[in-house]
Write a protein that binds this ligand. Structure first.
Ligand SMILES: NC(=O)C1=CN([C@@H]2O[C@H](COP(=O)(O)OP(=O)(O)OC[C@H]3O[C@@H](n4cnc5c(N)ncnc54)[C@H](OP(=O)(O)O)[C@@H]3O)[C@@H](O)[C@H]2O)[C@@H](O)CC1
Ligand SMILES: Nc1ncnc2c1ncn2[C@@H]1O[C@H](COP(=O)(O)OP(=O)(O)O)[C@@H](O)[C@H]1O
Ligand SMILES: [K+]
Length: 489
């Protein structure tokens, strides 16, 4: 498991480590790693110029008043020594890290209030983990007029809310972020994750001093390998788990087909379907065992209820019947709307429940839309309803009732296509039926769904939900076999 640590946790680790090192060591480690990363980027960027990377390049530094500016200026001094033309602009009047500024001028860089109009690389050293959301006016003005081929944020894109990933005011949009010690929540959550671009981690020796639990957990392929129930010689189709899908209706039979397709791609040995789209499901998937109602279906180890069931009496019965049973349940789509209307259905439920809302469904359940702090919102709903919540969107988050939060690192906007949530819900149900607990199943489902979206849309192909379902077996195979030849993310 990977993770992102809050700014307070990073400061605590720094305070523990710092006295054990000569003064300035951490900043020098950060600056050295930052300069090396910038040199690599310049080399790639200028590969058409006879292999000239740093030498002869133009670098502009926007330097804020704190240590973030210090990192940027020391790194720029290293680049200046390797032949870059460096211009550093203080953005908070003349407040800059004095020693770092002196190092830059000694290395041949210039401190100026009039930078050139364009550069190869713009280094955002305005604000780091000490920054409040929003940018100083001078920084906004400079960012508006300097044309850079590549923008690199130092530690975090300045202006974002570091611990929530929200972007309530102006902020830097970076192509790359070079961060120190550990990832911060803004690299993986909310709008800030998009502004971070590609995140590069520089080791500065903090790891042994950090809280063992990150603020936000980030799934990796290795987690899924560890959690996966691989069938053994003694398994049969029942011991691998039976997934039950209560989805679709005469009006929306496609939701049933798509949810079943997601479940069939998962690890269970058996998929039951219950609902009025049984004919369509049977026609498409001979392997699904169909009944008309939840009550008529045999035993399952996890139910999905909701996609395309509508809001009539039979839909309400399906939700009630699923939640009255002892099997873990995934509540999606129309079932979320029904629970928003009749909260008492969920109140009596003892089995583990995962809710999978998009923003409008979240609002029906919570009374207000998710805030810019999406992880905080998901955790608040999870706590209130004592469930696991998978809040869908560009950076899907999974929150548990105990406050644990996961950020999904895979996925792409092409997944925003009708029915793709049905496929996700079906897969999630299969994972729960195979014995994974709700949080892990939600984290794994989001991860694999995102991977499948990457595989299906490789080469910028447009995709439908059926394509995502078809790509799931390959996504699962790649993840479980250690990721060789992975396409997409
Ligand atoms: N921790 C570590 O392990 C290591 C940390 N390192 C580096 O240190 C960085 C953190 O540095 P930092 O603490 O000096 O804070 P930083 O973000 O540079 O600036 C704070 C200043 O900005 C001001 N200010 C704030 N918001 C503002 C706004 N919206 N608009 C305008 N001004 C605003 C604020 O003003 P004040 O609050 O005093 O009014 C204060 O003066 C960290 O990200 C990393 O790069 C590495 O060197 C090595 C290891
Ligand atoms: N902008 C986006 N970027 C990445 N993924 C997205 C984006 N918008 C939606 N998604 C993903 O697409 C899926 C859509 O699910 P949902 O809204 O339930 O659709 P449907 O109800 O049509 O099945 C979710 O997995 C969600 O995380
Ligand atoms: K920054």
């Amino acid at each position: 498991m990977n993770g992102a640590w809050s700014s307070a946790a990073v400061r605590r680790a720094e305070a523990e480590l710092m006295p054990q090192l000569p003064p300035g060591t951490l900043m020098q480690r950060a600056a050295a790693g930052l300069a090396a990363a910038c040199a690599r980027m310049l080399k790639t960027l200028r590969s058409d110029q006879g292999g000239q990377g740093v030498y002869g390049s133009t670098v502009i530094v926007l330097a804020g008043p704190g240590d973030n500016g210090g990192d940027a200026l020391y790194a720029a001094a290293r680049l200046a020594r390797r032949g870059a033309r460096v211009f550093a602009v203080p953005v908070m009047r003349s407040r800059v890290h004095p020693l770092a500024a002196a190092a830059l001028t000694q290395a041949g860089g210039r401190l100026t209030s009039e930078p050139p109009p364009s550069c190869d690389l713009l280094l955002d050293g305005i604000l780091g983990i000490g920054g409040r959301p929003g940018l100083p006016d001078r920084a906004v003005e400079l960012l508006g007029r300097i044309k850079s081929r590549i923008t690199v944020a130092v530690d975090v894109p300045s202006g974002v809310d570091v611990d929530t990933g929200s972007v309530p005011a102006s902020a830097v949009a970076a192509d790359h972020t070079v961060t120190f010690g550990v990832r911060k929540p803004c690299h993986v959550l909310g709008a800030a994750a998009l502004l971070s671009g590609r995140v590069h981690l520089v080791d500065i020796g903090l790891s042994g001093h950090l809280d063992p639990h990150p603020m936000v957990r980030i799934a990796e392929a290795g987690d899924l390998v560890e959690w996966w129930h691989t069938p053994g010689p003694d398994d049969d189709k029942y011991t691998r788990g039976v997934a039950g899908i209560a989805a679709g209706s005469a009006k929306y039979p496609g939701a049933a087909v798509l949810a079943v397709s997601g479940a069939l791609a998962g690890p269970t040995g058996y998929v039951r379907y219950a609902g009025s789209a049984a004919d369509q499901v049977r026609r498409r998937y001979a392997e699904a065992v169909c009944t008309d109602t939840v009550k008529e279906a045999g035993r399952v180890q996890a139910w999905l209820v909701g996609p395309g069931i509508g809001a009539d009496e039979s839909a309400l019965s399906a939700v009630r019947d699923v939640l009255a049973g002892a099997a873990p349940a995934v509540i999606d789509a129309d079932a979320l709307t029904l629970i928003g209307e009749y909260p008492s259905i969920l109140a009596g439920c003892e089995a583990p429940v995962v809710l999978t809302p998009h923003d409008r469904e979240f609002e029906r359940l919570y009374g207000s839309a998710p805030s810019l702090d999406r992880a905080g919102s998901a955790a608040a709903l999870a706590k209130r309803l004592n469930c696991t919540v998978l809040l869908k969107g560009h950076h899907t988050v999974v929150a548990d009732a105990d406050g644990t939060v996961w950020a999904n690192p895979t996925g792409r906007p092409a997944l925003a296509t009708a029915g793709s949530g049905d496929v996700l819900a079906g897969l999630l149900t299969s994972l729960m039926a195979s014995g994974m607990d709700g949080v892990r199943a939600a984290v794994a489902a989001a991860y694999l769904h995102g991977k499948a979206g990457g595989i299906a849309s490789a080469g910028h192909r447009t995709i439908t939900s059926t394509d995502v379902a078809r790509a799931l077996p390959l996504a699962i195979g790649q993840v479980l076999s250690g990721g060789a030849g992975q396409a997409g993310s």
